[in-house]
Ligand binder design. Sequence first.
Ligand code: NAD
Length: 325
Amino acid sequence: MRTRITEMLGIEHPIIQGGMQWVGLAEMAAAVSNAGGLGIVTALTQPTPEDLAKEIKRCGEMTDKPFAVNLTILPTIKPVPYEEFAQAIIDSGVKIVETAGRNPEPFLPGFKAAGIKVIHKCTSIRHSLKAEKIGCDAVSVDGFECAGHPGEDDVTNLILLPIAARRLKIPFIASGGFGDGRGLAAALAMGADGINMGTRFMVTKEAPIHENVKQRMVEASELDTALIYRSLRNTARVFKNSIADRVKEIESQPGETKFEDIQPLVQGVKGRELFEDGDLEKGIWSAGMIVGLIDDIPSCEELLFRMVNEAEEIISERLAKIVGA
Ligand code: NAD
């Protein structure tokens, strides 16, 4: 498959790994890149910019294919030295960055001067157009189905992607709700140049998380995600467990919810421990509605091979027959 995104990024398949907090370690990113997709090391998974530099180096030792780094700018419990993380990315020599969350404009001059392609992840058309205007090379359009932070507009990809196709000039990637060949073919049909998958890559052999988490996601249906932090306007879609239920309960109580009321339940370190020890009720973890379509734990290579073949068959057989080609 050749699209503007495979050409721009120098990758074989138009499939990009989501920037997953605690999961985007060198092992994950290298596995996706080695399988022909674009792997992503997540900056904030590392405690300091120096650790990020080491992680990028480690990833470079595991793959000779392109890989990217994700820099997410959203509310955090502890302040993050974003400028220093950005500088570590520039100094590492990585040539692709995915920014997410707030406007990446302050970081663009540094990234551009270093010859870095910037993909900005947005949850709305207005933010996508803004990203194009300020000089991002591509955008990742994140629909309401997605894991993590879907924004506050609640528009699904069936609407977002065709609008993006009409209005954007730069290439765009469809993100949220993707995990099989049907989804890949549909995204391309709606005008996207590729897809981004986080949740689906969590349920692969190489994902550096506990087997219990993977197994639970295999068993899950499309109804097993929950939206938390709605009352704080920092909505996140997470896997539905007792902690997510408890957070929602606190948020539904009369009066204003303060982040402090829920902080002990949701802190990221608890989620990291959950990924390490497999205690599924220890904290929260991001998961998208695609969990309903995940029913095995393949290697990244098996997954991408299968998805691309399935999409190609749909396009060249099923759809071609429909139009009598
Ligand atoms: P953390 O431990 O600092 O915070 C835990 C969660 O609480 C995060 O979702 C954060 O956005 C939220 N939060 C923190 N302070 C808040 C406040 N004052 N008001 C409202 N919400 C608040 O975060 P972490 O788990 O170490 O993750 C680091 C960063 O990565 C955060 O910015 C987080 O949002 C982001 N993240 C993004 C995704 C995604 O969308 N793919 C998934 C997980 C984490």
